[in-house]
Design a binder for this molecule. Structure first.
Ligand SMILES: Cc1cc2nc3c(=O)[nH]c(=O)nc-3n(C[C@H](O)[C@H](O)[C@H](O)COP(=O)(O)OP(=O)(O)OC[C@H]3O[C@@H](n4cnc5c(N)ncnc54)[C@H](O)[C@@H]3O)c2cc1C
Length: 383
């Protein structure tokens, strides 16, 4: 029976120095009032903050210098990502581009596109959205209906995408479209296209979420022209591209650190002499966190070596989202919210309330729990 591979990784020599540098940058930005820590990992967007990350060399870290990258290792990138999330920084503007669209373009994109887009992503000035889900197609991506038909010099795209996070602020969306066959043909005939969000024929409608924020959208494509070199990975290769992309999307610290800033505040609230129950519950959470870090950094090591650990990534996302959902649940038991009017800063209360509203979405975005468990079972040869 196939087994999970989670080889331990050794952090490169410069990693600790880098961690200290990133922490100092984040402390300075926080003191300046650039941001207040928040939960959700990928919910707060600030283009100016992303540009600062770009200036400091924290984006496109592993890419070749000729495309604006910094030729650092995936594990150094891991350190930066972890520190940004631990601080609850507003990373959303650059997140998708740096995490998955950029690596896809680097690996499968045409030379003109690589030169045009990658340096801008690395500078924190070019932001992407993911156009996979459709009104009747979320988990079952193979049945997408948005169509792209070939025309002179490119494609014409018609269809609808939904739940497209931050598409209203993105410069480009990578859309999964059907270039051949029918929805019943499943994996055959799917293609990934980079769509410029300024193209005529695109309409973006906001979807307001349960806590009143405009984070995701519905996009309508009405005969939108996409030049042929904006196709990533070749016509008909969409399914292979999506599955390899999901290993990047599902395995990082953003899949278990969404509510980490709340955990830190809970520690602050219980102080140096927690009761026995608080000590046991918080101790267990820290132990789980250490295990998830070990698993997730191991995947970063495998991705660094060019492997595609899809089953392991699905496992990290499933365990990771269960963990990040458990933080508001457990801290609520230890530290119930009481009305407080003592004039002090109550970051804990704010983060607790927001986490409770957000938490259900963690195990839906990026692939639902049931789908991940099905993939894990298949990866282990159990179905
Ligand atoms: C906060 C947030 C941000 C998102 N951002 C994006 C984005 O930027 N881009 C994008 O493309 N999408 C995005 N999504 C969409 C997300 O990926 C989909 O919602 C998700 O894949 C589920 O699809 P669905 O909503 O169509 O549900 P469905 O696929 O209809 O699923 C409904 C329920 O049925 C279960 N189910 C479905 N199929 C099976 C099966 N075969 N076996 C067992 N159970 C099954 C699911 O687990 C789920 O519980 C986002 C979602 C959220 C919540």
């Amino acid at each position: 029976m196939p087994e999970f591979r989670f080889e331990p990784v050794i952090m490169p020599p410069g990693a600790q120095k880098l961690r200290i540098e990133v922490r100092a940058f984040l402390a300075e930005e926080r003191n300046r009032g650039t941001f207040a820590p928040t939960v959700g990992a990928m919910t707060a967007s600030d283009a100016a903050f992303s540009a600062k990350c770009g200036e400091r060399g924290y984006l496109g870290m592993t890419w070749p210098k000729q495309y604006g990258g910094h030729e650092r290792s995936a594990l150094e990138r891991y350190v930066v990502v972890e520190e940004l999330l631990a601080a609850g920084a507003p990373v959303m503007a650059h997140w998708i581009a740096d995490r998955q669209s950029g690596p896809q373009i680097l690996k499968h994109g045409n030379e003109r596109i690589k030169k045009m887009i990658l340096p801008e992503i690395a500078a924190g000035r070019c932001h992407f959205a993911i156009g996979m889900s459709e009104p009747d197609t979320g988990s079952d991506l193979a049945s997408v209906k948005t169509r792209a038909h070939p025309v002179d010099g490119g494609f014409r795209v018609t269809g609808r995408k939904v739940w497209t996070s931050y598409a209203h602020l993105a410069h480009y969306t990578i859309a999964l479209v059907r270039t051949g066959g029918r929805p019943e043909d499943r994996h055959v005939g799917l293609t990934q296209l980079i769509v410029d969000m300024k193209s005529p024929g695109i309409e973006i409608r906001p979807i307001i979420n349960v806590y009143g924020a405009h984070e995701f959208n519905e996009i309508t494509f009405d005969d939108v022209f996409v030049p042929e070199d904006m196709c990533v990975g070749g016509v008909g290769q969409g399914w292979a591209m999506v599955t390899s992309e999901l290993a990047f999307e599902r395995s990082g610290p953003d899949r278990f650190m969404s509510t980490y800033p709340l955990l830190v505040e809970a520690f602050r609230e219980v102080g140096d002499t927690p009761g026995a129950m608080a000590a046991a519950e918080l101790g267990r959470l820290v132990a789980h966190l250490a295990t998830l870090r070990r698993m997730s950094s191991s995947i970063a090591g495998m991705l660094n070596e060019g492997q595609s650990p899809v089953t392991e990534a699905a496992l990290v996302k499933d365990l990771g989202t269960t963990f990040e959902q458990s933080i508001p649940e457990i801290t609520r038991r230890i530290l119930p919210l009481e009305p407080r009017s003592d004039g002090n800063d109550h970051t804990y209360d704010e983060l607790q309330q927001l986490s409770q509203l957000q938490a259900p979405c963690y195990s839906i975005r990026g692939g639902t729990r049931e789908i991940l468990r099905g993939m894990i079972a298949r990866g282990l040869g159990l179905r």
